[in-house]
Design a protein around this ligand. Sequence first.
Ligand code: F6R
Length: 558
Amino acid sequence: MCGIIGMVGEGAPEFVVRGLRTLEYRGYDSSGIAVAKGGVVFVQKGVGTIDRIVSEPPEGVAAIGHTRWATHGGVTEFNAHPHLDCSGKYAVVHNGIIENHTALRQELVGRGHVFTSETDSEVIVHLFEEGVARFGDYEKALNYVLSKIRGQYAFVILTADGAILAARNGAPLLVGRSENATFVASDPVPLLGVASEIYRLRDGSYAVVTRAGAHISGEAQRVPEISARRVELGGYAHYMEKEIFEQPRALRDTLDYLRREEISLELDGRVHLLAAGTSYHASLYGEYLLRRRGIDARAFVASEYGSWKGREPDYIIAVSQSGETEDVLSVLRNQEGPEVVAITNTPGSTIEEYANTVIYTRAGPEVGVAATKTYTTQLLVFAHLFSGERPDKLPELAGQVIESAKPLAERLADELARKNNAYFLGRGLDVVTAREGALKLKEISYIHAEAYPAGESKHGPISLVENGFPVFFTASPDTFDETLPNVHEMRARGAEVVLASSEPSELAEYWFSVPHVSEVIFPMLSVIPWQLVAYYTAVRRGLNPDRPRNLAKSVTVR
Ligand code: F6R
């Protein structure tokens, strides 16, 4: 999704370009930068990558930059941010939605303002221009803008004399400080290792940044050190590869944290779990464990929660690795009755504002768009809270699975890279792993993949199966015997069977060995082969798994 970065201080333009590169993982279609120098704002922007658009910015004392993921207005140079006001003295970059932009635009045009884009964002900078003309003061002008606009937003305005004004409401925005500079960003990643302190603006608050320092209105929350660790690729080809291989460490850190902090939850009543994508799959796992304990639990895709017509829950468990997924936040914003528990990998993220209790996964920052280590650690949190098992050996077992699955996954990827479709099947909790496997494969390798309960496959999906059609089975020790007949059915129709299980089967052309563990632990191990297969297949297809088309790491729009 859109990314914002800005700096006041020496070397601001270079920092902003570097920062934009670190935001690339979020996904974008256009990019741009504005630089203040000698009382003038210079803008470079356009459709395409940062390196193509803004590789050599002009020098200046302050700068802002943006990666855009189009929502209002097509992917064009005019619609790329930053947007200038009529005088050319102010530039704005914006994430989110200005809901009343149409009415504001009409009013501004009526007062002589000329618009150059189709975006909702451009009204901000014209309003700011009016505010400065009216009040002769940047802070008052900013308050004038805030009094006029409605919606969810984070925006940053650069002035020609080198000040930055930043405001947020419902979209993340951070202010960072070092000895000689002040930074703003929508995401902590560009600030890691650069800012010595990072603060998260609260909804409805703003910051005014000049060379003299930053003034923040209201309360700002200091981002804990833990999430401020620098993200480096090390020797890996991609972040996704690194993050898959990091899982033993991520699981160990999460387990240590859960035990050290004695994290527990007593839920007495009806529970709804809310999440999107991979986190939804983790919620299905949570739902299963809760139901096993006799708790009335139900997992929802957050964007569909509005159509729930049943009784209100007593508790909501909201799962979001980023803590910024708008589909989840928009539900939480409107909840008053239930107690909210958030499970997130991002300390200081917006989800915390809506939660009574926050539980962390300690996976460390995840940069690859496809969730991997955050998924297995989410499962671990649920297992710790609701299974009564002690998964002491889990990190070590995850390491063994990675090591044994890697060469096989690479070999399989050579073949899979030439296919167009695949099924992922399983029974019971293995359906959750099947869903996650299918999502991983489709999102980064662009191979169409669907997941079904294995028994359901013969009620329709099997009609697509012919010679060489890849079918991935996940079968835990608890479901193995029941799943075998479905493997036979697929083999009989020429399917190429790939199996992740503790016992081998001569029916499988590729067998990924998963340690013999309980049904609770098995999903945290059996998903690893599917992560590796998806990763290597994308690489074989010449794709960048860290940046799949049309996807963003943090989905901050509904
Ligand atoms: C898939 C993936 C997405 C996210 C989804 C929710 O690999 O990464 O499906 O899981 O966008 O994101 P969070 O967990 O940040 O709320």
